[in-house]
Design a protein around this ligand. Sequence first.
Ligand code: C5P
Length: 404
Amino acid sequence: MGHTAGEDLEGKTVVYGVTGGIAAYKAPLVARGLKALGVDVHAVMTHAALHFVTPLVMRTLTGNEVHVEMFPETMGSSFEIDHISLADRADLFLVAPATADFIAKLACGMADDLLSCSILATRAPVLVCPSMNVNMLQNRVTQENLDRLKQRGFHVLEPTTGELACGWEGAGRLPEPGRIVQEVRMLMSEHDLSGIRVLITSGPTCEDIDPVRFITNRSTGKMGAALVEAACIRGARVKVVSGPVAVDYAPWAEITSVRSAREMLDAVKDCLGEVDVLIMAAAVADYTPHTYSTRKIKKGEKTAHIELTSTPDILATIRPFKESKVFVGFAAETDNLKTYAQDKMVRKGLDMIVANRVGDADSGFASDTNSGVILSPEGVMYDFENMGKDLLAHRILDLVKERL
Ligand code: C5P
């Protein structure tokens, strides 16, 4: 079954608990982010949360009634016990922000409001996102409560560090809504690549001329980042060897930052023994300056020459260590896409090559979409036209999975 990136949680239900901390102001954005993934969101708010965000906002953004009362004065048309129906309906419970008080309640198994009662009654996984003053967070009571929750299988998204609304600096900030949504997505996705170890190279390399100048290319790392996120979300253990980029990689991956082709080769060699799949999405420089000048080269004559030597071909160098690993390469071409890519795949001993058309605004470097073809030694596996890099990443992983 192929994955549809962006909407792969269609039909799933999240019961979203909002408790009464100042970070509740981020709750509407979390709800919106979940809806954008196709999730059916049912908000449950504690009484304290009502001081920070109104049920009207949550109801409008989720498209569902907001639950607050354990003993509502008016019942819906069907006879449902709210805490049981919420508990049963949830594919996941999310609590963000989770206050110290609410965490203490969960740790003790208390059930004196609708949210705590529903969580006690659910069999669904629970993701707790603590947010509070740094001293409350670091208090041994809170730490022990969080440890107890983790030991019992609750998922905890650690708060980030920075300026807190109360004026203190330190740990206790609720992660940004996008980060919370990303964690939910990870927990709810099918982990069909669980146990698979994937190494992904990404971004450009930079070949230094002197302390000021270097040779590089237009790669931004967007395709690599999409592959990293997709592989992590599907449960793979992901290592990344990345050239200098501005993109953020998914938080679950282990990143090694490198600069030159030579450094990338060394880092790939270091990791290779422990991987099942290598995806070489990096745009590795083909040439590097023959010598590096430690002093800035001064402007002089009208013409200047930099002598270049070829960089090591990473795939060719590691080919003898391929064994049963799946090797995927990339090719960026402006013309003769299939012919050049086919030749590269054979020369580099690859199981698959993703050939991208470059030179158009909507394909290749810096763009959010790609056009091209995926080839294997047996022939064309997949043609793609203006396809989002997220979706293409999932398609590449689907094809890799078939070869494992
Ligand atoms: O030969 P070309 O650079 O077009 O091949 C592209 C593929 O080879 C990509 O997967 C790229 O990461 C990889 N490559 C490499 N070592 C190089 C140059 C490219 O492994 N020096």
